[in-house]
Design a protein around this ligand. Structure first.
Ligand SMILES: [Zn+2]
Ligand SMILES: [Zn+2]
Ligand SMILES: [Zn+2]
Ligand SMILES: [Zn+2]
Ligand SMILES: [Zn+2]
Ligand SMILES: [Zn+2]
Length: 389
């Protein structure tokens, strides 16, 4: 073994997938050429705030991906990742003398846009910049699905689950603003992860809130570490008659079952939790009144947004992870990316296959060498272009 740190095949493949996914996340719903303003309030898009045009102390404003490239080139931009229901502000009344180069006929303000300290480059309850030059701690920032602020893991007031990427987080402030969520949290969130996951996969979607079947199921498996909070007693109290009663309001059923606020701190929700929210008329009306109509909609999730740019496993033949993210790019950009990506992928596979065949360990030096070779080929290909018809 050499001194180089070794890299497993799985590591390489995983990293490759992560890079694809990160690229897709931004590309998927966002056009890099055209301002998104004519589309109105976009369900979810990559968003930027310009510290040069709209600095702190003034009015907050957000601009779309294309505007960040074309209208704010060379400016100091805050990357806001994605936000929901936002209409591009570029060049509107908030921009004193920086007109939008891509779309001119804009209203002075977009009244339905929501702004936060993120638009001035501050994040979390501690209102720090990101990256934070004064922060030595390696701490992941996690986005609240309601206020869409980014919070430090250590400022959430709860433990962060292992597979945090596929879970959704609601910060404590938002939980308390929409206190009914604590009732759902008592059932769907918290530490009972295995149970929650099974609860979410087992019952049919026609039963939005876990009914009696789930109740009794969970009650069977009381273990020592699960007796925290008010959720346990409620489970035991549910009787079969209650379960067979009117389908009615699932949230009300939770209340009757005694589901209470399990604690303080942010709450992590497992995949699929949104489809478990009650959608009766009363609940839909109160969600709308609270500005949360998007909540039961799985396609609102960042995960769903990211998936748009990924091919489904075993999907259409010849459909590659990056392909569906390329729709909004120009022909030339598309071809270049597809070309480079396919080349890289098949060559990396061949390269790694060699190691597998010989039973050798792949080192990071090997990987570095591979990518260096790729780089020089890319350069060569760029030169070739000028000789082609
Ligand atoms: Zn724009
Ligand atoms: Zn700017
Ligand atoms: Zn613009
Ligand atoms: Zn913080
Ligand atoms: Zn929040
Ligand atoms: Zn309801």
């Amino acid at each position: 073994m050499c001194e180089e740190a070794t890299v497993s095949l799985a590591d390489v493949v995983q990293e490759d997938e992560q890079l694809q996914e990160e690229a897709s996340a931004v590309l998927a719903g966002s056009d890099s050429e055209r301002c998104s303003y004519p589309q109105g309030y976009v369900k979810r898009q990559a968003l930027y705030a310009c510290n040069t045009c709209t600095p702190k102390g003034g009015q907050a404003a957000g601009v779309c991906l294309a505007c960040s490239y074309k209208c704010h080139e060379g400016h100091q931009l805050f990357e806001l990742y994605t936000k929901r229901n936002f209409r591009c502000d570029c060049g509107n009344g908030k921009f004193a003398d920086a007109p939008c180069k891509l779309f001119h006929a804009k209203d002075d303000v977009n009244g339905l846009n929501k702004y936060s300290h993120n638009f001035f480059g501050e994040y979390c309850t501690c209102r720090r910049p990101y990256p934070d030059p004064e922060d030595q701690e390696d701490d992941e920032m996690i986005q609240c699905v309601l206020c869409e602020d980014w919070l430090h893991g250590r400022h959430l007031g709860c433990d962060v689950p292992d597979h945090v990427e596929s879970w959704e987080m609601i910060c404590e402030a938002c939980m308390n603003t929409h206190a009914f969520l604590w009732r759902y949290a008592a059932r769907l969130a918290g530490k009972r992860r295995e149970n929650v996951l099974r609860d979410l996969t087992d019952p049919p979607a026609s039963d939005p809130v876990p009914g009696a079947a789930v109740e009794s199921d969970a009650a069977k498996e009381t273990t020592a570490d699960e007796t925290d909070g008010a959720t346990e007693p409620s489970r035991k109290r549910v009787c079969p008659e209650e379960a067979e009663a009117k389908p009615g309001c699932g949230l009300e059923a939770l209340q009757n079952a005694g589901a209470e606020r399990p604690g303080s701190g942010a709450v992590f929700w497992p995949p699929g939790w949104r489809s478990r929210l009650c959608r009766c008329d009363a609940c839909q009306a109160s969600l709308a009144a609270a500005g949360l109509s998007f909540l039961p909609d799985e396609s609102d999730t960042v995960l769903a947004y990211e998936k748009k740019g990924r091919s489904e496993e075993g999907g259409a033949p010849g459909h590659d992870p990056l392909m569906s993210a390329l729709d909004n790019l120009s022909r030339v950009q598309q071809l270049e990316i597809i070309h480079g990506y396919n080349d890289m992928k098949s060559e990396l596979k061949d390269f790694l296959q060699g190691f597998v065949a010989e039973g050798k360990v792949v080192t990071s030096a090997d990987i570095r060498q591979f990518f260096e070779r790729q780089q020089s080929r890319k350069r060569r290909r760029a030169d070739d272009r000028f000789h082609c018809a």
